[in-house]
Design a protein. Structure first.
Length: 390
């Protein structure tokens, strides 16, 4: 699975779940923030301008973190003194201070993100050959296996069990749609930041850990190819490759031209420099943007970019970076923080919701048909089985 496209696909997930042009009046939503910041390059398709979309997500997520932090510490603005969760340890003791701030951050993350993922069911086939988990008897149909395990061995199965475990405990009246939206923004925003950071640090192991969350979100949003591709990479590193090959795959996913600890880039495409070329190329394929086209374009875009760079060098052309300055970014984030603060976003107010998201689920992953996901994983493993990896 290629890194650059993985990052783009995560934006698509965020857009599917959280971007709606009918949410202009819903303060705190991505689209309202886009209008506030006048980020006109951000459109309904994040692929139109990867950087613009990426910038918006980062700014909104950061503004949420700051606003949430202000609420957590009972602060009126970023310059005021905390009234809640006040540090009462020794000032100057860096160990204590650090531990305290990590504790506070941990409790914030626990409250405002959704780290829970649904577990695979403990009934039904647990291997592709449909053997009984107790006596090993082999079945042709998963249904017969389940019936056998239930009736002969008394293994719990939702399908046959009389007393159903009630899983939904959410009371419609008690949910806060605005709060649910925030949690999703923070969850996906932080996963994305974490993943970007992992890429910059060349931390392949962390990238894969985050990918395990992403598979489920891809699955939920019907991003079929990416769900399959990411699962394939995980399966490669976990079971399909030798230890040596797996180690190479995990730690060979980035390149580092500048040689600082945090200057790694995905090795499939040098995003920082080639994105523009890539986009120009990809533009001519609008409408038929298949995985094959993406692969072809990213290959040729690299070559073209090399040629252009060489040309500029020979002709002494200076290329403007085209990226916003850090201070512009800060101003944008502070603008959003002020706006978010005025809306009491981080208070829990049962019954409220954004106009554009009347029925938003607090954790969309709990909506996944997990039996279906299990069967999909099993079927995918069967497909990988026939491929040759090296
Ligand atoms: Zn049996």
């Amino acid at each position: 699975m290629e890194e650059f496209h993985n990052q783009g696909e995560l934006l698509k997930v965020i857009w599917k779940l959280l971007y709606s042009t009918s949410s202009a009046r819903d303060q705190g939503t991505l689209y309202a923030a886009r209008n506030t910041l006048n980020a006109r390059n951000v459109t309904q398709d994040p692929a139109d301008d990867y950087y613009a979309a990426s910038d918006l997500v980062e700014k909104v997520a950061t503004a949420y973190i700051i606003t949430g932090g202000l609420t957590h510490f009972g602060m009126e603005s970023i310059d005021s003194i905390p009234c809640k969760h006040v540090y009462d340890g020794e000032v100057g003791n860096t160990n204590d201070m650090q531990e305290y701030i990590f504790d506070q951050a941990r409790s914030f993350v626990k409250t405002f993100t959704l780290p829970e993922v649904p577990k695979l069911p403990e009934y039904g086939p647990n291997c592709n050959t449909y053997n009984c988990r107790y006596c090993g008897k082999k079945y042709k149909q998963p249904h017969s296996l389940r019936k056998h395990e239930f009736s002969i061995h008394g293994h719990y199965d939702l399908l046959f069990a009389k007393e159903k475990v009630s899983s939904s405990k959410d009371n419609e009246n008690e949910s806060d749609g605005v709060s649910a939206y925030i949690k999703l923004v923070l969850t996906l925003g932080l996963l994305r930041m974490d993943r970007n950071d992992a890429i910059h640090m060349g931390d392949g192991s962390r990238m894969l850990r985050i990918d395990q969350f992403l598979v489920l979100y891809y699955k939920y949003c019907h991003c079929t190819k990416y769900a399959f591709g990411t699962l394939e990479t995980i399966a490669q590193t976990e079971v399909l490759l030798t230890e040596r090959q797996a180690h190479r795959l995990i730690w060979n996913r980035t390149v580092n031209h500048r040689g600082d600890v945090n200057t790694n880039h995905p090795n499939d495409l040098d995003v920082e420099h080639c994105n523009k070329v890539f986009k120009d190329f990809a533009h001519s394929y609008r409408g038929v943007f298949t995985e094959k086209v993406v692969a072809r374009v990213s290959k040729s875009a690299m070559k073209v970019h090399e040629i252009i760079k060489q040309f500029d060098k020979v002709c002494n052309v200076r290329v403007p970076s085209g990226r916003h300055k850090t201070c512009d970014k800060e101003i944008d984030i502070i603008t959003l923080v002020r706006q978010f603060q005025a809306c009491n976003l981080f208070d829990f107010i049962p019954g409220r919701s954004h106009y554009a998201y009347p029925n938003i689920k607090e954790n969309p992953l709990t909506e996944l048909d997990i039996e279906f996901v299990r069967d999909w994983i099993a079927a995918s493993l069967k497909k990988f089985q026939n491929k040759h990896f090296c």
